[in-house]
Design a protein around this ligand. Structure first.
Ligand code: MEV
Length: 312
């Protein structure tokens, strides 16, 4: 039997922009997916997916998940013509768009296979396998989700658009910061949303260039503010990032309403996190009192909510 796990993640700055080679920052969250693989007699694999989910997520992603598992098996050289693999997924990460559920499951599976077959792969190779798995979910992922899921911590990431190694720096915070994540309950299709944003960019390059220019200063100042633990400034920049995500049309009425509820409850910053057009928002809520207040406000409004930390 082989076991492995992968963290969930939340993007603080730069979803979508990261696809175009701009820097982005993501943090692993404490919740994780775990995978167990067991070899039995037979052929192929059998999947038992026991991960908690927002309603409908697993069904919606099932076809993509099949491609993803095949990609990981192929990349890791696992041939199931003469043996059968029982794959069991679990852990406490609730599957929803925006928390890196797909990346976490790819990392967990790669680690479990590595453990079962004693391949001796390090995190860099595990991350590569998970990236192949991520392609099953969205054809051309930037790689930020699997990177945060594999290495943990707070990550500054730049995709290498020429195919070489991506830039990945781990940023140490002086202490972990409380965060609230809330789900719109709507599952997003990342490849569709990413392709749609790309189409809009190509139709109107001047408009997109102006947004990119604004984003560049958001992420530059955001990194600096995080390093200095100037959380008020981090929050302001998350709000600015949300405005830019609204402009590129990846927010929607529900997500905007959630962001307003969080800010009215005192959040330092709130934004769409991940693909958008559904999925989650993340909310900067340093201190247990503020975290509780924002958590309760979103919960009372009927949304599924989680308390977590970044920079652990
Ligand atoms: C999805 O979590 C983040 C996106 O930027 C896509 C990607 O980075 O591959 C929307």
């Amino acid at each position: 039997m082989g076991t492995g796990s992968g963290f969930g993640k939340t993007i603080l700055f730069g979803e979508h922009f990261v696809v175009y080679g701009l820097p982005a920052m993501a943090s692993a969250i404490g919740d994780f997916t775990e995978a167990i693989v067991e070899i039995e007699e037979g052929q192929g694999y059998e999947l038992f997916d026991n991960r908690p989910e927002v309603p409908g997520y697993k069904k919606k992603k099932f076809d993509e998940q099949k491609v993803s598992i095949k990609n990981v098996l192929d990349f890791m050289g696992v041939n199931l013509d003469e043996k059968k693999m029982k794959i069991t997924l679990g852990g406490n990460l609730t599957c929803a768009s925006g928390v890196g559920a797909s990346a976490a499951s790819c990392v967990a599976l790669a680690r479990a296979i590595n453990d079962e077959f004693q391949l001796g792969w390090d995190d860099t190779k595990i991350n590569e396998a998970a990236y192949e798995g991520e392609k099953g979910y969205h054809g051309t992922p930037s790689g930020i989700d699997n990177t945060a899921s594999t290495f943990g911590g707070l990550v500054y990431f730049v995709k290498n658009l020429h195919g070489g190694p991506n830039t990945m720096e781990t940023i140490k915070l002086s202490e972990p910061v409380d965060l609230v994540i809330a789900s719109s309950g709507m599952t997003a299709n990342t490849s569709v949303v990413v392709a749609d944003v790309r189409e809009k960019k190509e139709e109107n390059p001047k408009w997109f260039d102006r947004i990119v220019k604004e984003y560049k200063s958001v992420v530059k100042e955001g990194r600096h503010a995080l390093e200095l633990m100037n959380l008020k400034q981090v929050g302001r920049l998350m709000n600015k990032n949300h405005e830019l995500l609204q402009e590129i049309t990846v927010s929607n009425d529900i997500l905007d309403k959630m962001v307003s509820i969080a800010r009215e409850a005192g959040a330092l910053g709130a934004k769409v996190t991940g693909t958008g057009r559904g999925g989650n928002i993340n909310v900067l809520t340093p201190g247990v009192d503020l975290q509780d207040k924002v958590y309760n406000a979103l919960k009372d409004a009927g949304f599924a909510v989680w308390k977590t930390k970044i920079g652990v």
